[in-house]
Structure formats: C-alpha cells, structure tokens
Design a protein around this ligand. Sequence first.
Ligand code: C2E
Ligand code: CA
Ligand code: CA
Length: 890
Amino acid sequence: MKHAQRSRSMRICAIWAVSTLCLIALLWKVTSIHLNDEKSALLGSARQKAAALAKTHARQLSHSLEQADQAALSLQYDWEELHQPQLLERRLRRSVRPSLGLRAAGVADSTGKLLASSGPVLEDVAQTGFFLRHRESRGEGLLVSRVPDGALSSASLLLSRRLDAGNGGFDGLVMFVADPSFLLDFGAEVGLGGHDFLSLVDSAGQVLLSSAYSRPGVVQSPLMRAHAFEDSAGIAVLPASEFDDATRRIVAWQRLAQGGLTVVAGLSESDVLAVYQQAAQRHYGWALAASLLLLAVGGAGLRLSLRRARRERRRAELSKTYSLAVDRAEEGFYTVRALYARDGSLSDFVIEDCNERGAELVGWAKRDLVGRRFLQLYSGSHAQQLLSVFGVAMETGYYEDEMLASPHGPLGARWLSRRLVRSGSEIAMTVRDITERRAQEQALSQLANTDPLTGLPNRHWLMEFMPQAISGCIASNSSMALLFVDLDDFRHINDSLGHGMGDLLLKQASARLKSLVRASDHVVRLGGDEFTVVLQNVQGSDDVSRVTRLVIKALQEPFEVPGQGEHVVQASVGVSMYPRDGADRDTLLKHADLALYAAKAEGKGRFSFYEPGLSDSLMRRLGKEQALRRAIEQDQFIMFFQPRVNTQNGALCGMEALVRWMHPERGMLAPEEFIQIAEDTGLIREIGSTVIEKTIAQIASWRELGLPVPPVSINVSALQFDEGHLRPLLVGCMKRYRVDAGLIEIEITESSMLGGGDLVSGQLAAIRQLGIKLLIDDFGTGYSSLSQLQRLEMDVLKIDRAFTSQLRNESGANVLFNAIVVMAHALGMRVVAEGVESVGQLRALQAMGCDEVQGFYVSRPVPAAEMPALMRQDCLFPPVRPELKLVAGE
Ligand code: C2E
Ligand code: CA
Ligand code: CA
C-alpha cells in the first residue's frame, strides 16, 4: 500500500516534468509553425509581387517598344520615299515623343554616318553592334541596345531599325535615344524596396538596363550577373552568389515579344522577410517568456510534488521502521476502538490494529484479528471479562494488571502484564510476557524467604505470612497458635563441638520439628537456635499443649553428632494464640516471646502459654534486657576507677576498673542495676569485652600522659570464659594499645571460678602465663574453703566488703579475717581488703598485716579524668581530722 502511494507520488512528479516540457515544446512548435506560415505567406506574396512587377513592366515595355517601332517604321517609310535629309530632320523632330521617353532621333547612312538628328545622337555608329547586325540582316526589326559607355552624356538606351534601299539593300538605320524611363517605369509607385531591382535583359543575358536602390532612371552597372532565362516567364530564388551585393533574391521574369528582351524583377529576400524577422523575434520572445513561465510553474509544481514525494517517502520509511520495531517488539501492541449502542452505552470494541507479537500472544494471525470485534472473537465469561477491563480503561483512562494466561491457551500458562491507555474513543493496549521476570521474582523471594541452612522459611517469610494467616483465621473463624521454640544451651554445643556440628544439630532439630506438625502447619527458623511453629486451625489450648509437649519431647531426644557421640539439648517453648493473646502479628509475636521468657525463667525444657498476668517484673526484665542490648549497640558504657593503696603508707598500688551505664534517660547507672540481667541474658559477654577494650585503651592514654600508672584490675564474668575468647581478646588489646601484661589484672569471683571446672582454670593459667595477675574477688561470700584455694594459682585475694565491715579495732575481734590473711600469705598471695570505709578498719588491717586496702575511706570509684590527680599523690590516705583522731585514740 505504501509502495503504491510512493510510486503514485513519483508518477505525479514525472507528470509535472513531462507535461511542462511538452507544453514548452508545443508552444515552440506552434510558434514556429505560425512563423513558417507567415514566412511562406510573405515569400509567396513576394513571388507574386515579383511576377506582377515583371509582367506589368514587360507589358508596358512591350507597348512602348511597339510605339517606338511605329515611329521608326513611319520614319523608315518617310526616308525610303523622300530621301531628303532636310525633310527628315523635321520629321525626326516630330517623331521624338518625350512622353514616351524618347529623347532624340537620328538617321545614319549605310556607312554609319549620321545624316540627320533631332538632338544629340551618335555621330558614327559604323562600329556598333546594332549597326553591324542591321547591315547583315533585314529581319532584325527594332533592336534595343545600350549606348556605348561615354558616347552620350547620360546613360540611355538606343532603339534602332534598318532602312532599306529601293533595291532592298542596306541603306542605313533610324535610331532613337531613349531614357531608361521609356522602357521601365521605375519609382515609388512600383514599391521597390532598397535592395529590389528591375532589369531589362537581352537575349544573351546581358543586362541592358537596371534599376536598383530606388534610383529610377539610373542605369547601373548590372547588379545581376549575366543569366540566361530559358523560359519565357518564371519565378526563382537566386542565390546570393548571383548578385554583386551578395543578396539572395526572389526573381521573376517575363520575356517580351520584341527583340528577345526579358524583364526581370528581383526582390531581396531579406527585405521581404524583414517584417517576418521582427514578427519572429517578437513571437520567439513571447514563446521564450511563456516557456520560462511554464518552466517556473512546472518547476514549482515539480518541486512541490518532489517535496511531497520526499515527505511521503520519509513517512513511509518511518512507518516501515515503526512497524518493523513494533512487529519485532517483545511487547504486543493493539489499538482498539470502542463501539457504542444506540442508547450510548458501550457495546463492544473493535481491534483496529495490532502487531505480529500482539496477535501471537492471543493465538491469532494478525489478519484474522484486525477489524474484528471482541464479541466476534470471544464469548462467555472471557468476553465479559475483556469488556469490563476495557470498560474500566474507557472510564478511568488507564488500566494495568498482571494475569496468568490459561494453560490451554496458545502460549500455555504464562504470566502476562497488560496496560491500557485511553485516547479519545480509542484504547492503546500493550501486553508483555513477564513469565521470566515472575520466575526471577519468585526465585528471589524464595531466597529472601528461606533459611539457607535448614531450608525452612525464615523470619522474613513469617513477617509476611502472619497477616495472611490472621486474615485466614478471620475468614474461617478459626484459631491459630504461635510456638516460640528455643534450644537451651545450644551455645555450648557450638563452643565445644564447633559451628559445623552446631549446624548439623540445627538441621536435625528442624527435621524433627517438621515431622511433628501437619502439612498445613509451618516451621520457621527465626535465626540461631530459635524456631517458630505456626499451628493453624487449632481447636483449643489443650490441643496446642499436646503439640508443644511433643515438640519438647522430640527435641529432648539425644542428637547424633558424627564422631562426637550423642548430645542432649533441651528446648523451651513459649506459646501465644490467636485470637486469645493478640489480634495482630506483632502482638502475637511479642506475647509468644514473653511466654518463652517465662518458660526459661522456670528452668530448662519447659513451656509456657502467654498470660496477661505474666509478672510485671518479667516485663521489666524484658524491658531492661532490650534496653541493655541497645546500650551495647550504642556504646553507652564508660569506666570508673577505684584506687587500691598500700595499707601501711597509703601509696597507690593498683586500681579496679568498674563499669557504669550512661543511660540516655536515667543518667549514670551502677552495675547493680544491670550486671545481673547481663549475666542472665549472656549480654555480659559483650559488655565484658567492651570493658576490657576500654580499660586497656585508658591505661594507654594515661601512659601517654607520662603518668605513673599502676596495674588496673578488670572484673571478668564466668560467662566470658565460655567461648575461650578471653585470652585472645586480652592479647589483641595489649598489642593494639602496646600495654604490658604487668599493668593488667583480672578479677574473678571464687564461685564462678570453681563452678567452671577445667574449662575456666585452663584459660586462667594461660592468661597468667602472659604475666597478667589474677585476683580472687569477693572472697568469703562463696562456699569454698580456704583449702580449695590451694588448687588455684592466684596472685591476689580480695576479701569481701562483708568481712571488712565487721572489723573491730580491738584485738581478738578479727580472728576470721586474720586467719584468711595468714593463710593467703602462706599460699604466696597478697591480700586486699575491700570496702574499707573508716580509719578504724584501716588501723585493724594495718595491725594484722593486710597488704592493700580499697574503699570509700581512700576514694570512691572516680571517672578516668580524676585518676591522674590521685596517681600523682604519694599517699592517698585522707588527712586524719582531729575528731577522727580523737575517736581513733579512744
Ligand atoms: P566488686 O567487684 O566487689 O566491686 C566493688 C564494688 O564495691 C564497687 O561497686 C564499689 O563501688 C563498691 N565499693 C568500693 N568501696 C566501697 C566501700 O567503701 N563501701 C561500699 N559500700 N562499697 C564500696 P560497684 O562499682 O557498684 O560494683 C558492683 C559490682 O558490680 C562489683 O563488685 C562487680 O562485681 C560488678 N562489676 C563492676 N564492674 C564490673 C565489670 O566491669 N565487670 C564485671 N563482670 N562486673 C563488674
Ligand atoms: Ca571486683
Ligand atoms: Ca569485690
């Protein structure tokens, strides 16, 4: 179709060009025909004119010659009868008729001598051609000849007739001198042009008389060369070479009856055609102008149609490119027009156009699709659905959705995305196959929703799933239970057997969980050793209890760890139920978590349902735990330091690092507010690491200030030994801050030390190996006996504040304390008395040889910034106030 259009526009161009050229050619043809006609008419009339001239003059000349001959004849008779020269002269004078153009007459005798004349004539004609001819022959009649050059004053002709003697012999001749006008009537009335001529030619072709250039009467040197005119009359065009002035002429001639004379009329062709030339010039001018105009119009037309053709070509190319692009596109395109019923309601849609892909996507050939209406193509619910979708697009201007094509359709089950945009009464629709994208999305969401270790759904999945599950419960008016399962002491497995084994155990645990629940239930791994089981459609809490017990029982069974034998792991479970314990996802999750917390608080291997009355303290604890986690994340801990001094002279010999929590709302919190929770939740491990790092960094910065830094003791929880990280942590920090082992001491309570068994004592020995001194903290509060101390290789014994506070100044009151000091010394340990608050206590300690004292009496724990001042003092004992002295003295 486009091709046809294109060739049509090319045809139009050609028509413009050809018709313009044809018109121009026609114009010139007509012009030239017209001019030719004019030319031949002119030439024709010139011929007629020349012929007429020749004829007229021939007739006139013939007449004149007859009259002259009559006059000559009568003279001849007169002469032959009279022979009297005197009489003759009179007769001659009478016979001269100027009206005929005869100027003079004369008679010559047989010797050529002039006998008588009426005017000037030739005196002696004996040698002239006409005399000789008359003498030789009788029948010459009237001879016309030229007067020999120079014989008479003016150019003239000579007419002569023979005179016969009585015996018939030659007796001379009679002659007339004639003006040229006698013979030829030249002049304006004849209408000769500048280059025309009239001539009288004798039988030999010699020009006797000629007139040219409108000078009548002047006998010219013959313009025309001698020319024999064979026929008695005729017309011819003689070439320029025939004339002296090299002018081509139309020549007509007419022979006279007398003396072989011929009158010739010659008209210059160029003069004849002069009019024609002008007309021709004018016509050619017009033709040229008209041609130029035609060219201009034709050119403009051609240019216009060329431009149009070019535009069309471009349009055709564009639409070709467009349709190429559209047809090869991945997307299907359709334009659809709405059809309305009489009442103005939307009745159907007609497919106006689509690309190949579009047709392919709906399983038709394009030619079968274009021009068809929906209701011709589809029926039933499918048609209704299409009409309603397109109806929405007509109404709102836009519609977009994704749909799964029927597996029985042309493409099979594929995901399609369609987008409809209205423009006027038309809708442009694009359809794209998004099956691959969908698959990718699915794979990605699979990845995002799956725990890679166990293949179970993960926390992300649970978050997405819960709202749906709740909606499901609402719809079916059913209940659902959420079980939070936590493996007890799983950390120990990881620590002692390694993560590989830990992972193996988690897999087994997840398999056991999966095997317990119904297909409609879900087991989710939240992370670490935490699992969630979603039980859908549960009948009541009894039902849930039964499953929960099964879960605990299943996880109590020993786990088989390859090469490591069997391991027992307990599980604690917290349960919340929809709708009883919460109406939304977050509440249900929180309550299940709280229930788990409560279960764990009761001991290992137990489960607990959420109860609204779950103790407030539990809630507070939980709140604190969360706050503590935040504090760790946000690094809200700082270190305080409390000096330890020599009991005898008060010199600084060490200090204890004590942690403080700078709570953003509650201000500075003492350890008693959070250490226990940190221990219970295991968060003490992270806090402990922070403390070590901060303390060693502090030592380094004091040293940088050039201060005499004494050893600093760091409190360490038993839990910090769990992962065996303590020693490497210490070594790393010492290296990083370039702090000697001699400046670091570790405080550990006797209870944690003894409870930990070999695991702890081995690590302690290794730490001690580094040169770090080990201090036994809070001695006397545990249940250990002095004798047990022997097994431990420790450097310093810190006696708990409870003992110090009971010290009396009087001797004998401090037997127990004294025994500890003696015993410690015996084991090679120095002794520190904690919580020394009074000078009395100090005196007692001095008396019993305790090595160091620590307590408010010397200094409260102070921020790091206050420590340098204390380090520079020789003695940290407060100056003894008089009243104190008085008391002491009592
Ligand atoms: P502790 O190791 O026995 O530390 C000594 C505690 O006794 C400190 O309490 C200190 O302020 C207090 N104290 C010192 N002299 C006196 C005194 O003359 N009279 C009285 N009434 N108290 C005195 P603080 O700092 O509140 O620490 C409490 C406990 O918290 C510590 O007992 C320690 O067990 C624990 N703790 C403190 N810092 C850390 C730490 O960094 N790591 C670990 N694991 N535990 C720490
Ligand atoms: Ca301590
Ligand atoms: Ca202590």
